[in-house]
Write a protein that binds this ligand. Sequence first.
Ligand code: SF4
Length: 393
Amino acid sequence: VCPTGALTPKSEVSLVWKALSDPKKKVIVAIAPAVRAAIGEAFGLVGENGTEAAGKIVTALRAMGFDKVFDISFSADMTIVEEANEFVERLGNGKSMPQFTSCCPAWVKFVEQYYPDMIENLSSCRSPQGMFGSIAKKIMPDILEVPKEDLVVVSIMPCTAKKFEARRSELSKDGLQDIDYVLTTQEFARMIEESGLRFAEIEASAFDMPMGFKTGGGVIFGNSGGVTEAVLRNVISKTNDSVDETEQFNFVRGEDGIREAKVNVGGKELKIAIVYGLKNARQIVRDIKADKSRYDFIEVMACPGGCIGGAGQPVYKDLSVRKVRTKVLYENDKTLELHKPQDNPYVREMYQQFLGKPGSNVAHELLHSKHSNKKRLKEGPFTIHKSVKENRL
Ligand code: SF4
């Protein structure tokens, strides 16, 4: 069950199998950062250090027949580049501060429905899933030499709320949704079983390019605090020349549901809050409204520990599982060649080829969206669960 109560999840596994067996279709897929840290649990790959299973996931997806296998961490890098640019702009003009992150659809929906007067505080950036779908539908028909209608885009997410997000009308163009189907980690594990693959034994393979390359900043997105840390890696190195390549901004990490940090950016002290759980988010919003607190940047993730604790991940009872998953992503960051999203060469290439610069009109058209409470209230069968209404989360 989705801990946000945002929706009743509907499985699209059979529709994905159907697309994979249709010779007319080209089916591409991307996996979210948090999935690699948890799927091993479904196949007995546990232990105090957990398992980073991205390579095995790629092999499994290719064996199932996906034409290209990409990494949502790539578009998470892109999200950071856009979101950090937006943050610097807001710092300059002082408009709609504090900036709220917008990558968690349960949190976005929460603001739209309960705090519509604060919609402008939400970053206008699409989530990494939203950015991936938009870029994939733009570039992949030519690369795969297939009409747009025959390109099927699938994402594998730790989350049931991402199914709702993929159906939002603003994440579509010319009558086609940017993301066609969303599978949770659990559903994907079921597909692996149905395929007869022995996940624990399969070899790792590499993602396809260009959207398979990522920096560590895109990977830690899956942990609470990861978005903030990646934004800081971008913003601070932009505004402070003395910041060293290896400098860490890991003071935003931690296990508490509300964490605060102060950081100096361009001679100005910024106050940041990192929050998970909608009850905690409600508390922060109430404090801001009552002028009890002042922040510049607020990251909110609905699930405990961030996406690694998402409702679509393998079920766990022991809370130490969350810690292990968190560690897997931070360790993965260390092993990657690059750590700052703005250094991703394929992200840079996309800006050079068609996006222009961060915040450009094209970037806005493809990578941003509008949030609207009125539209959301009318649309879809989804309702906020009574536990959210009663503020029990
Ligand atoms: Fe989905 Fe939870 Fe991550 Fe939000 S925090 S995007 S609801 S998994």
